[in-house]
Design a binder for this molecule. Sequence first.
Ligand code: G3P
Ligand code: CA
Length: 253
Amino acid sequence: FADDLTGGERKQVDNVAHRGAAGYAPENTIAGFDLAVDMKADYIEIDVQKSKDGELVVIHDTTVDRTTDGTGKVGDLTLKQLKSLDAGSWKDEKFAGEPIPTFEEILDRYYGKVGILIELKAPQLYPGIEEQVAEALKKRNLDKPQNEKIIIQSFNFKSMKKMNKLLPEVPIGVLTSNHTDTTTEALQEFSTYADWFNPNYGNVSKELVNQVHSLDMQIGSWTVRSQEAADLLFEMEVDAIISDYPDYVDPRN
Ligand code: G3P
Ligand code: CA
């Protein structure tokens, strides 16, 4: 707990490092995730997709064009091809050669050290990705959330309903960016399978926070890229702040 600007007590909020500490290091790379751990984030947020030969890989866009020195769709490239790409230089030359991590590499490196907020990115492009993610977690006993902080989220609601069936003990999040997904009816439907409701921060109000809590869900909001946005979300008493800059969310600052 930390003092807020009015001198009162500030609620404990999970500090989620969006795609790693993406403001400071190349997104979805070990360099970024390690930095997030050093910055005392509670969770790292990762985007999971699938290679042509069926390996789960951690990258945000559905093409490699923006964040690597290659071109093409993630799903059209083999793991070997994806691994040969430089996912660091675009951010800064000091990160040259940072590879695209696999999902299993991330689980093995970070579980027990930091929470992992796993986003299934465009799961409709990758049939069977839910089962594959579930298997990787089960293999490591990470389907028992009492031991580890694992959350699975997506903008694809159907995929999250399926994930909830596959891993009933793992918290599920729905990501939304439309006002139409914040109606009472929509929230009630989400609460039948989700534990987290995660809207973009422009859609958050104190009323929405209360409504989400009254349905026994928690609320995490994204993507915070300014101290003002972080402070606003603290004031509205969200449960998690998903930020490119973990220091904006750190109560010690
Ligand atoms: O965790 C929330 C956030 O990651 C959703 O948007 O586009 O950054 O994956 P995006
Ligand atoms: Ca994401």
